[in-house]
Design a protein around this ligand. Sequence first.
Ligand SMILES: Nc1ncnc2c1ncn2[C@@H]1O[C@H](COP(=O)(O)OP(=O)(O)O)[C@@H](O)[C@H]1O
Ligand SMILES: [Mg+2]
Length: 293
Amino acid sequence: MNPELMQSGAKRLATYQQKIAQSPVVNTASGGSMSLGRPHQSGELDLVHGRILYLEDVSVSFDGFKAINKLSLDIAPGELRCVIGPNGAGKTTMMDIITGKTRPDEGVVYFGSTINLLRHTEPEIAAMGIGRKFQKPTVFEKLSVFENLELALKTHKDVRSSLFFRLDSEQSDRLDEVLHIIKLTGHVHQTAGNLSHGQKQWLEIGMLLMQEPRVLLLDEPVAGMTDEETERTAELLLQLKGKHCLIVVEHDMKFIEAISDTVTVLCDGAVLAQGPLAKVAADERVIESYLGR
Ligand SMILES: Nc1ncnc2c1ncn2[C@@H]1O[C@H](COP(=O)(O)OP(=O)(O)O)[C@@H](O)[C@H]1O
Ligand SMILES: [Mg+2]
């Protein structure tokens, strides 16, 4: 590349950017907004094709055993996708692959249309806005609810700035909003160790929400919860959908019934059936391999 070419390129880019800055922003039917003609910045999430996560023909073997076998998934922004299936179907491994914890042997994994997640590390993927809630609650037991949420915000920043970290008013509003969503406003100063199992799970979801994730992966979030806690978790997730994309793995079918739009049934590392719960629950193969008669 010679200097003249670079200069003329820079000029063209400036003219183009000026044009784009004047281009209209339109509201879409789904209530979001998009702007036309904006050039895509590398590393920025591109949702133009209506998908936030895209997996195609992903496979991974452990010691010759195919835990994931040509798995394909297509998930829309703001979607709440439920994933069900027998133990060992590959549900957790699927989450490991999306979050960069496990590298597939083959296949394609994209975040939006342009970010190839297979080129990123686990911390990079988390920082890009893919949050994950593991099965066991992992809150800081000795800290208060408030301190846990505050810490989630701090750890999202770089370490140097966290040393002198103070919540600004926007962050403080966000913290109040999250407290409300996770139904812990009345417990803000309580030590996390004294919360019920369900409340700890909500607190951990709250810690993820502080980082404003685009996608939230939840692995068996209601396991061990009381019926009432399970119902409240369903309300919580329904409240989050639309704003965040949620992928929820669960065995509790009553809970799945309460929250689901599209259900993906995973079996032997691949999609066995997909669609509304009523449809997949009536599928002979699903009954055979998972739901039973
Ligand atoms: N890191 C690993 N090493 C070896 N085998 C694994 C590993 N992770 C998962 N597996 C195996 O892959 C299969 C799928 O596991 P998993 O994704 O945990 O299933 P699920 O969450 O649907 O119950 C299981 O047979 C499990 O033993
Ligand atoms: Mg699992």
